[in-house]
Design a protein around this ligand. Structure first.
Ligand SMILES: [Zn+2]
Ligand SMILES: [Zn+2]
Length: 377
């Protein structure tokens, strides 16, 4: 089935700016929000679709990918690991919605996205620098970060030893208050207990009532082959621990691919420059080229010009789904020697003398000389 066009979904023109997108999305999200359409599965589906469309189009990078490649690539930027097993699961990050709706976000959307137990641990974001080799082939990298764990003195409850927390009187311990706003019934976080449902009269001196204490952890993460800078892997349950019965948050690993001294990346292709000598270019040669898999042989045909791009098939980057691999593009650069021995100079001067009488082998020079003559005449 063909997926609907994201611009049509959001009812905007293809050149709509960030503001127009946000405005239109805000209006549609209000219209199709499940709380306003109870039991209406179609509205819920539309709501999810516009949320996805906005997630893709509000990010300049994924928007340009979507514009070029359509839904699959645009989506990949937001949800690059969908369909890859054993990665700990990935979901659409509703974080951007907070940006659109401000503080009302939690109240409006929290329950829809499967939050919001106030005891739930927060997500932890961590950056992971990887080499180009690792980003291309995939593998394992180590990340270190602070992950708050349960405070030992108070057992994670947050109350000083010998005292215990009491249920919040404002919300009756539920942590939430339901408020009628016009036709919209809105669930708000209880301002008194800030959603925890409990009040701590004597906070634990170690954690100041948070119930958490910081701990440095290191853990390996699986780097998917083909990962690009800015793409994020979400590992469920590896974020901040929840309090009391709350479930833990998630760990968001954002990858940064380091620059390489030899190779640059162009999507799934790798590019590199290869200097060769003038005789190699003129006579042809077998040369060695570095690739991510080690050295490869490359045949330079006789008469190769500087700037020629040669393609090593299948020596590029794996795509995220691991199905295929790009190429390595080698740009030939003719290396002109800066110094010459007397013998080299002698040979080159002789070459040039022979060359002067014969322009047949130099189509480019011949055509230039003809045009020059026509210009002077
Ligand atoms: Zn309360
Ligand atoms: Zn404590």
């Amino acid at each position: 089935m063909k997926k609907p066009d994201y611009y049509e979904l959001l009812e905007v023109q293809r050149d709509a700016d960030a503001d127009a997108l946000k405005k239109s999305y805000r209006r549609l999200a209000m219209k199709y929000h499940p709380d306003k359409n109870p039991g209406n599965a179609a509205a819920e589906e539309t709501f999810k679709q516009i949320a996805t469309a906005y997630a893709v189009l509000s990010d300049p990078d994924s928007r340009s990918k979507y514009d070029h490649f359509g839904e699959d690539r645009g989506q990949a930027a937001v949800d690059p690991f969908s369909g890859m097993g054993g990665m700990g699961g990935v979901r659409l990050d509703p974080g951007h919605l907070r940006d659109v709706f401000g503080d009302t976000f939690e109240e409006l959307f929290g329950t829809f996205f499967g939050r919001t137990n106030p005891h739930q641990g927060r997500d932890i974001k961590v950056r992971c620098e990887v080499t180009l080799e690792l980003a291309c082939a995939g593998g394992e990298a180590l990340v270190s970060y602070q992950r708050p764990i349960r405070c030992k003195p108070c057992g994670g409850i947050g109350a000083r030893a010998g005292t215990s927390p009491s249920a919040c009187e404002s919300c009756g311990g539920g942590g939430q208050l339901r408020v009628q706003m016009g036709f919209l019934s809105v669930v708000q976080t209880c301002p008194r207990c800030r959603g925890s449902g409990i009040l701590i009269a004597n906070p634990c001196s170690q954690c100041r009532g948070t119930g958490l204490s910081p701990e440095e952890v290191s853990r390996p993460v699986q780097v998917p082959a083909g990962i690009e800078t800015g793409q994020t892997l979400v590992i469920k349950g590896e974020g901040e621990l929840g309090r009391l019965s709350g479930r833990p948050g998630d760990l968001h690993v954002e990858f940064i691919v380091k620059e390489h001294t030899l190779f640059s990346r162009d999507g799934r292709d790798l590019t590199c420059a290869l200097p060769i000598s003038f005789p190699q270019a003129a006579l042809g040669a077998q040369v060695e080229v570095p690739t991510l898999d080690g050295k490869a042989r490359l045949k330079i045909p006789a008469g190769t010009r500087s700037g020629t791009v040669m393609r090593l098939k299948g020596k590029g980057v794996y795509d995220l789904r691991g199905m295929s691999r790009g190429d390595q593009l080698v740009t030939i650069q003719i290396d002109v020697p800066k110094t010459l021995t007397p013998r080299q100079r002698e040979l080159l001067e002789e070459f040039e003398r022979l060359n002067a009488g014969d322009s047949d082998g130099h189509a480019e020079r011949k055509s230039f000389l003809e045009r020059l003559r026509a210009f002077i005449d």
